[in-house]
Design a protein. Structure first.
Ligand SMILES: [Cu+2]
Length: 215
């Protein structure tokens, strides 16, 4: 690449940074407890995604899927490396993506493409408790809450957005969590969203894991 193109690119990137905001969303439940593993999406209904889509990874470690929840943008590919000495058989029956990777060890040659937005619930045919979720986001602006219940979403341009939360234990639909958010030319926005939770019918932790068994 020629030097002047580097300069043009870096100016463009600086301009992008100057006009983009960081949106910080804290998710709490009805008792005020911080909620981790919640997916937060920031959607501009008037402006669909454009640009590079980042791929994802869901690893199998100690007979669990790690992480429990990931979010990827629509069109992303996800790989499923198996770090265990035992074999796994990964599958999903979800509307957003139905697939299976029959009994395997190591890393499958082909990652799986997720082209339809929605929730993809993963399971393993061999280990009943193994469970995790891929949230396929129609918007490029999304994050997953950490143990403090916080999702940080960078590079959000100015505009009017709808912020929504999904969680494996969400009671009701995603639309019920919706809040409007105006993002200015610069600076940061922060908001807190309260969700109602129901209990999962089974644990996703390995019976032999530290902190495993039923939650
Ligand atoms: Cu398994």
């Amino acid at each position: 690449m020629k030097a002047y193109r580097w300069i043009a690119l870096s100016l463009l990137m600086q301009a992008g940074v100057a006009s983009a905001a960081t949106v910080t969303v804290t998710v709490v439940d009805s008792k005020g407890e911080k909620v981790d593993n919640a997916v937060v999406t920031v959607t501009d209904p008037a402006s669909p995604s454009a640009g590079k889509v980042n791929d994802g990874t869901v690893t199998q470690i100690d007979k669990e899927f790690v992480p429990f929840v990931i979010a990827v943008e629509q069109g992303a590919k996800v790989s499923f490396p198996n770090k265990d000495s035992t074999r796994h058989h990964v599958y999903s029956f979800s509307d957003a993506k139905q697939f299976e990777i029959p009994l395997y060890s190591g890393t499958p040659g082909e990652p799986v493409a997720f082209d339809k937005p929605g929730v993809v619930a993963l399971g393993c045919n061999i280990h009943d408790w193994m469970s995790s979720y891929i949230y396929v986001s129609p918007t490029p602006y999304f994050g997953v809450t950490d143990q403090r219940g916080v999702a940080t979403i960078n590079q959000v341009p100015a505009g009017e957005f709808q912020v929504e939360v999904w969680h494996p234990e969400l009671k009701g639909d995603v639309a019920s969590t919706r809040q409007n958010l105006g993002v200015g030319e610069d600076g940061s926005s922060a908001l807190t969203i309260e969700i109602s939770k129901k209990r999962l019918w089974k644990s996703w932790r390995s019976p032999t894991a530290n902190g495993g068994g039923y939650r």
